[in-house]
Design a protein. Structure first.
Length: 124
């Protein structure tokens, strides 16, 4: 009888109660990890897309194509490529305006090729 009194008078948690709390905590942790994971993926996706940067880079590439067309027209008329970048700029009515900050073009007088300094949308 003394043993029975001690059991009913004991304070604390039973095994079922502890297991129930552990299951609830594990479920809450699982849901939190899934939420944080989906949030991180969403942020990564937005950073990868960067629609404005892609639009600016596309505009710069279009500008470069028009400058390249002027250089090719000069080559077709004169039989030689412009001597340097300054000569290329004289073919244009105004200097090209690139949308990406700090962007410009490089010119190779041997082949007449032009390329953008910033060709990566992540840097634009």
């Amino acid at each position: 009888m003394i043993l029975a009194r001690r059991r009913t008078g004991q304070r604390g948690f039973g095994l079922i109660e502890i297991l129930l709390v552990l299951v609830v905590v594990a479920l809450a942790g699982f849901l939190l990890v899934r939420y944080l994971g989906s949030t991180a993926r969403t942020v990564e996706m937005i950073q990868e897309e960067r629609p404005i940067a892609h639009a600016r880079l596309s505009a710069d590439q279009a500008t470069l194509v028009s400058v390249q067309a002027m250089v090719r027209a000069h080559h077709a008329q004169n039989g030689q490529w412009p001597a340097d970048k300054a000569a290329v700029l004289t073919l244009l009515q105004s200097p090209p305006r690139f949308q990406c900050a700090g962007n410009d073009f490089e010119y190779d007088p041997v082949s007449g090729d032009l390329r953008l300094l910033i060709a990566d949308a992540a840097r634009c």
